[in-house]
Design a protein around this ligand. Structure first.
Ligand SMILES: [Zn+2]
Ligand SMILES: [Zn+2]
Length: 324
C-alpha cells in the first residue's frame, strides 16, 4: 500500500492590516509591532522555474517578526548560550550561535518533538544534527536572499511551518532521531554504572575521581594542570560525563574547569564562585598512582574548606578579584 500526503499546497492567510509573517514559522502575527521586533529581509533575487535565479534591481524587502511561540524559542536559545557562555564563545559570536540555535529549535515546531539544550554537549550535538534542516525550514529562508519559486509575498501560513515540504520534514525527523540516539548513548542504562574503558589504567574520573559513569571521555592532562605537582609524563585517563561537560564549557584542563566541575557537583552554577575558591582544587588524576577511585564524586577534596571560602564571599557580598 502506498500513501501520498494530501495536497502539499498550504492554505495561506492574506497579510492584510497589521499582520506580519513570523520569520521562523510563517504564521500571521497581528500588530501593533515594536520596531525592534521587526526585521526587514532583503530579497536580492527570485528563483524562476523556467528562467532560473534572476537578480532584482532594485532589491525588494519583506518585513517579518516573530510569533509568541517562536519568541519563546528564541529566548531559550539565548538562555542556553548564556548558561554555557564559555563553550558557546568557542563556537562563534553570541549572535551567530543564538541564530543557529534558534534554527535548531525550529525543528521542534516542524516535528513536534522537544529539543533539549541543557548542557554544552546538548548544544553541540543539536547544532551538529539539526542546524542544516532547521535553517532550511525557516520561513525567512524562502525569501532571503533568494525568493523561492513557490514563495509568495503578501501571504502567511495558516499553521506553523505549513511551508515545510515532506523532504525537509523527513530531514528534520532524521536529525532528531540521530540526536536522540546520541543522547541515549550518553545517558545509557542508568541501572548499570560503568567504570572507565577497560584499557584505561586509571579507574576513576581524572577530575572528580568517581568510579562509575555512563559515559567516559578520554583525556590526557599534565599533573600540574590537574592541580598537582609537576611530573615528567602526562596522565592518560578518562573523565566522567559531568566533568566532561564542565571541561567542554571551559575548554581546557586547569583550575577553572576543576572548580566549575566541583561547583556543579555541589549544585552551584554561579560563576562568581569560581573566583571565590581560595584553595587549589586537585583533580583525582593528580593523586599518587594506586589511589582508589571515589564512590562519590570529589570525595578526595576538602569540601568543608571549599564551603568556608564560599561563605566568606557571600559575607563580603562580592569578589574583589584584585585582592586574591
Ligand atoms: Zn512563529
Ligand atoms: Zn568526574
Amino acid at each position: 500500500m502506498s500513501t501520498t500526503s494530501p495536497a502539499a499546497v498550504p492554505v495561506a492567510i492574506a497579510l492584510t492590516g497589521s499582520l506580519l509573517p513570523c520569520g521562523v514559522c510563517g504564521v500571521a502575527v497581528p500588530g501593533p509591532h515594536l520596531q525592534r521586533d521587526v526585521t526587514e529581509l532583503a530579497i536580492a533575487a527570485v528563483d524562476d522555474p523556467r528562467l532560473g535565479v534572476r537578480e532584482l534591481t532594485p532589491q525588494r524587502s519583506l518585513a517579518v517578526t516573530r510569533c509568541a511561540a517562536c519568541l519563546g524559542r528564541l529566548e531559550r536559545a539565548r538562555a542556553a548560550v548564556d548558561a554555557f557562555g564559555a563553550f558557546a564563545a568557542r563556537l562563534g559570536s553570541r549572535s551567530l550561535i543564538v541564530e543557529r540555535l534558534e534554527a535548531v529549535l525550529a525543528v521542534e515546531g516542524v516535528t513536534g518533538s522537544a529539543v533539549r539544550l541543557e548542557s554544552p554537549r546538548d548544544l553541540s550535538t543539536a547544532l551538529e544534527q539539526l542546524n542544516v534542516a532547521g535553517a532550511a525550514a525557516l520561513w525567512s529562508a524562502r525569501f532571503a536572499p533568494v525568493q523561492a519559486s513557490d514563495a509568495r509575498l503578501g501571504v502567511a501560513n495558516a499553521s506553523p511551518f505549513a511551508h515545510v515540504g515532506s523532504e525537509l520534514r523527513q530531514a528534520a525527523r532524521d536529525g532528531l532521531a540521530a540526536l536522540l540516539r546520541s543522547r541515549l548513548l550518553r545517558t545509557g542504562p542508568v541501572a548499570v554504572p560503568l567504570g572507565p574503558p577497560a584499557d584505561s589504567e586509571r579507574r576513576g574520573c581524572l577530575l572528580c575521581g568517581v568510579a562509575a559513569s555512563t559515559v567516559w571521555e578520554a583525556l590526557t592532562a599534565s599533573t600540574r594542570s590537574l592541580g598537582g605537582q609537576p611530573s615528567a609524563a602526562p596522565i592518560e585517563g578518562d573523565v566522567c560525563s559531568a566533568c566532561s561537560d564542565a571541561l567542554a564549557d571551559v575548554g581546557s584542563v586547569g583550575q577553572t574547569s576543576l572548580r566549575r566541575a566541583l561547583l556543579q557537583h555541589l549544585g552551584m552554577t554561579r560563576t562568581f564562585a569560581l573566583d571565590a575558591i581560595e584553595m587549589t582544587v586537585v583533580g583525582w588524576g593528580a593523586l599518587p598512582d594506586g589511589t582508589p577511585p571515589n564512590a562519590e564524586p570529589w570525595a578526595h577534596v576538602d569540601v568543608a574548606a571549599l564551603r568556608r571560602d564560599l561563605v566568606d564571599v557571600q559575607e563580603r557580598g562580592y569578589v574583589n578579584a584584585g585582592a586574591r
